[in-house]
Design a protein around this ligand. Sequence first.
Ligand code: ADP
Ligand code: MG
Length: 581
Amino acid sequence: MAHIHVLPPETSRLIAAGEVIDRPASALRELLDNAIDAGASEIQVRIEKGGIDLIQVVDNGGGMSREDLELSIAEHATSKIEKALDLLSVSTLGFRGEALASIASVADLEITSREAGSDIGWQLVVDSGKTPSLKPTASRHGTAVRVQSLFAQYPARRQFLKRPMSEALLCHAIFVERALAFPSIGFSWTSAGTMESYSSGTLEQRFCLLYPEVPAALVSRFDAELEQGSFTLLFADPSFHRKDRRYLQIFVNGRKVPEWGLSGVLEYAFSGYLPGGMRPCAFLFASIPPAQADFNIHPAKREVRIKNIEAFKSAVYASVQPHLRQVFGAGPSNMEQSAGIAPRTTGLFPHEAAQSGYQATPRAFWDALQEESKESRQEERRSGVSTESPTPATPGPFRYIGRAFGPFLLFEKDAVLYILDQHAAHERILYDGLVESQHPSQALLVPYVLEFPSGEMRKQFLENRAELERIGFRFEMENDSCIINEVPALLGEKAVQSLTESFFSESVEEKKSGGGPHTDMLATLACRAAIKDGDVLDQAAACNLIGRALRLPFPRCPHGRPIWIALDRNALYRMVGRLVG
Ligand code: ADP
Ligand code: MG
């Protein structure tokens, strides 16, 4: 008995359509691709009810003649390739000639188009199941496509759709992908009473508008030509990072692709500058000759097969890695004196009093620190802790706002709101101070006797003797104790307590900086001596700390956490759902 039969055309068409159009976002993707392929310089998107009721894409591209419009909804009808060989040179986003046919089989479709040079437009209406109708109409140059009532005739399909709000988010994600990859095209988006508009600009400008939560001041661009193609990398300073891969994206020839190999390369290149488990903000836009990048492996062109991918990955790494080293190794460019606030000694930095002239010449101090930190950076790079960073903030006037939730200091600077973690900031400042080579000591009024609870502790203490002396501790060893006479002025009255805690306290949370034993010891000392979450700083002390933190070359605590969060106006507007004006 025969079991095989040929499916009726409507059924096979529906199966094929399902591969291309499975939800509003995929219809939107196809319409955007068509508008981009048509050479539009302006594209307007409007969706209603998450795209289920309406998806409308209006472009000012080349448009279609009456004949082309009629043919556009036929299966396998495309103007983009003619023969199989053309697949090797196709530079458009579309080429399969399936999208409009698929959309027409699962929704009501209306296309209005007027070709450049023609004084009349045409409107094609295909209500699912009915014969298409075509009529002349007055219209602008370009094409307007309206997709309504998606899957209205297919309840089985419709029930797999999410709530309109979720579908709208998926549509918006597609919109953002295309708007990011084609910054020279102006885009607008309207949905549920919200409107976004992006005029044509550079990739960096477009990125910062689409991702306002990434502070623009932290974003850099790097372009490179490779044998296999070229790429542009947009990346943020490592102080901006995340656990997930939201800001780690790969685009190949204008399409966002899940190219894990390439994102792995970026993760690897940034890994030395990030706390463990964190991912960078890095967007790679690769341009690869069409013959080397095959998108014809997925009906929705969601994947790409890159020829010689290994060679490409190596070439990307070989150019990105030295660039990052160059950028993150560079010192701050703007070393002006903090103009708004005159720092004064408040007890937070007791060693300042000992360093005569330091207050008057912050630049000299800075230069010295730079010189010395060059050396320590060398050392730290080997030990896995990096103090390399660009200048995420520059010294200069700021407005202190106040204190929040105990450990946070709020201030505004250059139209950016900073929320500074007082403990982390102080910890970093003390740590940077400790890695400097010269340290004034401060005599204790009453020498402190440190008893070693075990021979092992004594041994451990002695192993660190030279380093402890280098940073300003002076002591005499006895049998199972030592007498501490002088302590580093930098750590002040908390020096002894920090020392005992870093060596002997079982309860001390073992925070590893990832560096060598000395790096860890200095980090722990800085952590113990730094102000705590509950310490309340008066305004002068808070301003002093902020001023110092702004001058840090690497605004993260020695364990890698950022010392502040920076929010600009756009990010705040976006958070409360307001239009960025
Ligand atoms: P493909 O994009 O793969 O060619 P589609 O089904 O998406 O297939 O579109 C079929 C054809 O209709 C395209 O090749 C193009 O010639 C024409 N077309 C579709 N949308 C537009 C548009 N917005 N502007 C001009 N032409 C368009
Ligand atoms: Mg298409």
